[in-house]
Design a protein around this ligand. Structure first.
Ligand SMILES: Nc1c(NC[C@H](O)[C@H](O)[C@H](O)CO)[nH]c(=O)[nH]c1=O
Ligand SMILES: CC(=O)[C@@H](O)COP(=O)(O)O
Length: 157
């Protein structure tokens, strides 16, 4: 059961000709695979092409994105990762700093960036949120990026 309302609708083909970058933290590989599957499905449904950069964990996602921004230009960006409570409070620093740095990058350069960094207590929570047939947070992050890319294109037209 989803914990918030209706999914944001993106028209099929509305991102034809656009190319997106996915940056994924792979600390939990099965969760990462499913988040990426959802993101790719959403991008492809909108007609966008995509490429992926993988890093070890959510903490490196903003750094990799910053590096990618120095050398290339994409129509939109999707940041994916999963931060799960361990034995200490370390996870809250990782989640907080990763998301803070991503928002900072997006605000400085007005990036169409969808952020799908799960912050969960348990693997079961992560599975529900990643599952493309359940909460599909990878797909949601891609749809956020698509929506922002469309706004940017409209404002620049
Ligand atoms: N605890 C989680 C981390 N931790 C990341 C590490 O702190 C560190 O960045 C990494 O080991 C490289 O040195 N990362 C996640 O994505 N998810 C976690 O739950
Ligand atoms: C490096 C880490 O992310 C990891 O050690 C976090 O887990 P814990 O809180 O059990 O140390």
């Amino acid at each position: 059961m989803d914990s918030y309302g209706e999914r944001f609708a993106i028209a099929p083909g509305s991102a034809d000709g656009q190319h997106f970058l996915i940056v994924e933290g792979r600390a939990y590989p099965a969760i990462a695979d499913e988040m990426r599957r959802g993101a790719i499905a959403a991008l492809e449904a909108a007609g966008a092409t995509h490429e992926t950069i993988a890093v070890p964990s959510a903490m490196e996602v903003p750094m990799a994105l910053a590096m990618a921004l120095e050398v290339g230009d994409h129509d939109g960006y999707v940041a994916l990762g999963c931060v799960m409570r361990g034995q200490t409070n370390h996870y809250s620093a990782v989640a907080g700093e990763s998301i803070r740095a991503l928002v900072e990058l997006a605000m400085v350069d007005a990036l169409p960036l969808g952020i799908g960094i799960l912050t969960v207590e348990t693997e079961a929570q992560a599975r529900i949120r990643a599952n493309v047939n359940d909460q599909d947070r990878g797909g949601d992050a891609a749809r956020a990026a698509l929506a922002l890319a469309a706004i940017k294109m409209k404002l620049n037209a």
